[in-house]
Design a protein around this ligand. Sequence first.
Ligand SMILES: [Zn+2]
Length: 404
Amino acid sequence: MKLTIPLLRDRHSHPLLYAALMDSVDLNRPGETRASALERIRAGALGGGTGWTIATGWNSGRFALAKADFDDLPAVVVLSLSIHGLIVNDAGRALVRLHDKVVADHLDDQDWIERNLRRVLNLFARAGGSSGRLREFFEHLRTLGVHHAEEMLLVDEDEIRMFDEAGLADRTRFWAAPEAYDAASPANRERIHGIKLFTDGAIGVTTAALHERYRTADHRGMLLYSDEALTALIARYSPEKPMAIHAIGDAAIDQVVSAIEAARPGGVLHEIRIEHAQFISEGTARRAKALGLHLSMQPNFSEDSVMYADRLPAGYPERNNPFRMLIDRVGFVPGNDLYFGSDGMPHGAQPALQQSLFPDGKHEGQVLTLDEFVAGYCYPDMTHGSIDVETDAAGRVVSVVVNR
Ligand SMILES: [Zn+2]
């Protein structure tokens, strides 16, 4: 089947961070092995140049890497696919220390990293980000079929200036952590679309908060707020701005929905989005729908069912990204209260379509129709451009051509 669809509007990205990381060694490639990853990182680190050699997209479910693999090299940083975990070698630690001594002191403390993720990521976004880099990055996104990409973690006010300088402010929307929002000037506060909170971590590093124990760890992940603290934050910010609340595990999603019920008993004023919502249960989805909440989800995370089958508890892989339950049984409508994005893992129309129409997870509940994909992921029309998509009888994506 051949069809032409509008360009994508990626509802969840980190443009300045990804712009800063554009020259990094990308380990999220088909067929990457431990040996090829080590070889490419070594070549990068020994190839001269100053500063860090950064590798991104490392999936610990595919192959192991450790600090000791890199300690004989100049500064190396390996970011996990979820960007919630990182490995920094000895030389890299010395360099991190120059930028942020506190981060340098906590590089082996995953609990601290989760609670201070913005500070950790900002270090790299600030070191490599610029308006020129942003321009290159958005040109690259355009070649992948993406016109608009929301900034889910504003680095600081300077990022707004960079977007203005690059002429790209109309191709993003700024979401800021409470402390970044509070610190901004009144004029920049106006420019900030909404407030972003994290309530748990990620599956790859076993910090997403589940109701059951991980197979590979003696815990259920972590909740970053007490119920009271989360309710207070929602009560504080939601009357003023839209909110986007990161929750991946079922325990985190349940906590978010309960906190919103407690903070906004009369219903929500501005949009409140749950970011990721991967393990949302049907009961909680019904409560979220009744509250008028929106879900911002990543079809490319359907693959987590396979990638992280080793660590997810029994019964969890098949409940990841339950699009059919949300749409068919609970009544979420793509484009109305269900939106799609990539979180940059990876960006682009091709992987998004592949994972939506024929997910590698191969759980029936994860499959979207092309109409649902277009409604939840694309511009309403072809004003900005179009993409030709060809699928085979089984629904596999045969080709994706982004029209200039
Ligand atoms: Zn994100």
